[in-house]
Write a protein that binds this ligand. Structure first.
Ligand SMILES: Cc1cc2nc3c(=O)[nH]c(=O)nc-3n(C[C@H](O)[C@H](O)[C@H](O)COP(=O)(O)OP(=O)(O)OC[C@H]3O[C@@H](n4cnc5c(N)ncnc54)[C@H](O)[C@@H]3O)c2cc1C
Length: 448
């Protein structure tokens, strides 16, 4: 029986395993060094915040694996010997495979800062990192101040976590406005305000230069490029992630920043595939990045590679870009492409609306010549994925999107709705006279 070995029990590896099982009777082994069972990495923060126990982040009960004949192995793979189709494990043994899927995810970036390996200095990625936050920042007596370095999605999650235990947080952000490489200025500014209102000491345009140890090799302060010294007991390094591929350096597998793959998720070596955060497309798909470190793309790649491995060659085609995240209590969704001022083309125009008092806003991107709808960012309003997917596929123009915006709103009926105000502003700015159509369930659920 063909033996499929998967390195990594994250969303991509486990999705591949589940789908290979659905499609075949192949022998499946999943190896991971991190935890015994698959868990939801995106839910790690809620464990620290006391909303759930770690076990609750595991989507499948322990019996699931045996029932589905997916063998789990806790071990670290230190080398891939593709000539003999063998994996060498840190623990001494080796394991053979017929087909190998590399799904080893990411690791937090470290940029060679002095003191980056001290005790109390870490990223937020793994279960072990979660244990580290619990150890070094359990409360505001043990941790009188935490410093977070790097203003992205994980940095703000870590800040939120620490604030729930009343730990003072200083947040160093290299950019002069939060996440403004991704978010348009109005949104980025709104999130700056929101961070400050949550009593997080946001320091924009500020870089870490050094972490200073105490006599026990534990972080006691940091220095910035503004010549400031900030005393702290915990330093969170959240300046992005990069593919976890160091163990493959001498394997003969083609590595760039990640494991290089084609559209079939095949590497340069026959019978070896890579998926999820660690995979790097030779050529990016549309405006997507060659490495997509997001949950749902890992899941899609897992489904896709399972098809190919089970004899139905399938290309990875992720469709329209979407994503969602949370900035403290403000939910963010994005559909299609809305670029920041830093990276947008001249032909991309934005319509922006912001609520006068609340942290609620939207930005709609459209083409300046054709008015074609390019994408939308929403903060504090939940939208319907399926509707924007349809409008992007149908290449609707921005006026159409405004007219039918109520169809896209996914907030419960008793929530305040803002379409009237949004469209009023749109009409004023654009010189249009659009009257928003009443929400229609028939339109919403029509089969495309
Ligand atoms: C705190 C946090 C919040 C996030 N929030 C979001 C979000 O809201 N939305 C979103 O889209 N994405 C989010 N992400 C990103 C998302 O979680 C990742 O994109 C996704 O989990 C990657 O899945 P993966 O299967 O590719 O890899 P991983 O989940 O990283 O799994 C890889 C596994 O392989 C193991 N491994 C690595 N090398 C070896 C080896 N040599 N031998 C054995 N085992 C090995 C690792 O230990 C790990 O367990 C978040 C990430 C973090 C850390």
């Amino acid at each position: 029986m063909e033996h499929i070995v998967i390195i990594g029990n994250g969303i991509s590896g486990i999705t591949a395993a589940r789908h290979i099982r659905k499609l075949s009777d192949k022998r499946i082994t999943v190896i991971s060094a991190e935890t015994d069972y698959f868990f939801s990495r995106t839910a790690l923060m809620y464990v620290y915040m006391g909303h759930m126990k770690f076990e609750h982040t595991q989507p499948y009960e322990p019996w699931f694996w045996k029932k589905n004949r997916i063998q789990l192995m806790k071990a670290f793979v230190k080398n891939v010997n593709h000539q003999d189709k063998l994996l060498e494990l840190q623990e001494g043994q080796s394991i053979s495979y017929d087909k190998l899927i590399i799904a080893t995810g990411s690791k937090p970036n470290k940029f060679g800062w002095p003191g980056q390996d001290l005790k109390g200095v870490q990223g937020l990625y793994s279960k072990q990192d979660l244990d580290g936050v619990e150890k070094y920042a359990p409360d505001n007596k043990t941790c009188k101040r935490a410093v977070i370095v790097g203003g992205g999605l994980i940095g703000i999650e870590l800040a939120e976590m620490l604030r729930t235990r009343n730990i003072p947080v200083t947040f160093l952000v290299r950019e002069n406005s939060f996440w403004n490489g991704v978010l348009p200025a109005g949104e980025s500014q709104m999130i700056n305000e929101h961070i400050l209102e949550h009593h997080i000491d946001l320091k924009l345009a500020t870089n870490l230069t050094e972490i200073i140890p105490d006599e026990n090799g534990r972080a006691k302060a940091i220095k910035t490029d503004k010549d400031e010294t900030i005393e702290c007991d915990f330093v969170g390094l959240t300046a992005g992630v990069s593919p976890n591929v160091d163990f493959l350096k001498n394997s003969g597998i083609d590595i760039g920043r990640g494991v290089k793959v084609n559209r079939l998720l095949e590497t340069n070596i026959t019978d070896i595939y890579a998926i999820g955060d660690c995979a790097e497309q030779h050529e990016a798909i549309g405006y997507r990045r060659p490495i997509e470190a997001v949950w749902y793309t890992g899941r899609m790649m897992g489904e896709t590679v399972a098809q190919t491995i089970c004899g139905n060659k399938t290309e990875y085609k992720p469709g329209h870009w979407f994503n969602s995240a949370k900035f403290l209590d403000v939910e963010y969704q994005t559909y299609g492409w809305v670029f920041s001022e830093r990276s947008k083309k001249d032909s991309e125009k934005h319509f922006h609306w912001r609520h006068p008092n609340e942290k609620i806003c939207i930005t709609v991107a459209y083409h300046s010549d054709t008015n074609k709808f390019l994408g939308i960012n929403t903060f504090g309003i939940r939208m319907r994925h399926q509707i924007f997917n349809r409008w992007l596929t149908e290449e609707r123009n921005v006026e159409y999107v405004m007219e039918y915006l109520k169809d896209a709103n996914f907030d419960p009926e008793f929530y305040a709705h803002y379409e009237e105000n949004i469209i009023q502003k749109f009409n004023t700015e654009m010189g249009t006279s659009i009257t928003p159509k009443k929400k229609s369930w028939k339109r919403i659920f029509k089969i495309a």
